[in-house]
Design a binder for this molecule. Sequence first.
Ligand SMILES: [Zn+2]
Length: 332
Amino acid sequence: MVTVNGVPGSGRARFVGLLSCGSIWACPCCSSLIRQGRASEVEVGTELWEKRYKGSFLFVTFTLRHKRQDRLKDSLDTLTEAFSATIRGNPWKRFAGRLGIVGQVKATEITWSRSNGWHAHLHVLFFLRSVPSVDAIADADGWLSARWQSMVVKRGGRVPNLRHGVDVRKVTDRQVVGLYITKLQEAKPTAKKRFPVAQELTRIDTKRGRLQSLVPFDLLDLDGLGVEEVQERRELWLEYVTATRGKRAIVWSRSLKELLEVPEVSDDELLEGEAEDEDTVLWAIRRKDWRRIQSDADALVQLLEAVEEERWDLAERVVPCDVGWLEWHNSV
Ligand SMILES: [Zn+2]
């Protein structure tokens, strides 16, 4: 049963009982909700790590050298495999032990630019037991750069630049504000601003790259483009959707969530959570009626507005209410 729910008198109503596609990559609606949810997980985790464990963080960006003709799928594969290899084996264990790394959250970001094509890269937030010294950070930068270079090359990628392949930054509140707020295009005046690291990691979909670098959703904005460009955008979007399908955008290292008391929640659960408000079913739509209006955007808007304004006669004209079901539902 599809219903229209809302708090009576609030002037707000929405559809409930619809399926969500659940794509963090390809759906603007789901992506935004999932990323918000993932951002608060990072927020909760980093806060606990700092306050209870007195730990610190390193924010490291891993990039590949890329050219216009490179396929996104190949770049993503190289990126994923090279990173897994980087944090595996005894050399890594020794390095992580030296620096006090207990785990990390890895986020994959993709942008596209006309001059350089796809740019897939990783933002990794490493959780450290204590605050590293300046020397330790310099050491980490050198070690990670060399390690990353060799792992990328082993996996068939172009040789990363030793200076730019890996970017290591110490995270302190003060610096973070300066560093990351400026990179977030969507300035949301919320309490989230206190923890911009969480946003940098998980809400990267809203960030505009430099120059003509586009985030994937920008590809859907066809305003003012010529026929050829529209066709190019179409192909790029399809390539993006195909290459990212089934891939995880944000990955926590094993047992880090447990340590930081962040519950395991699936994307679907995050999307459902959104519908768990204590509101009332105001309108119930029979299946056959729903089929008739489900792709009629005007009818859907009219119905929502009528219910929001509690103009039941108007709503009835768009689609009849299953009164029997509604009475039954509200009595149980
Ligand atoms: Zn969706």
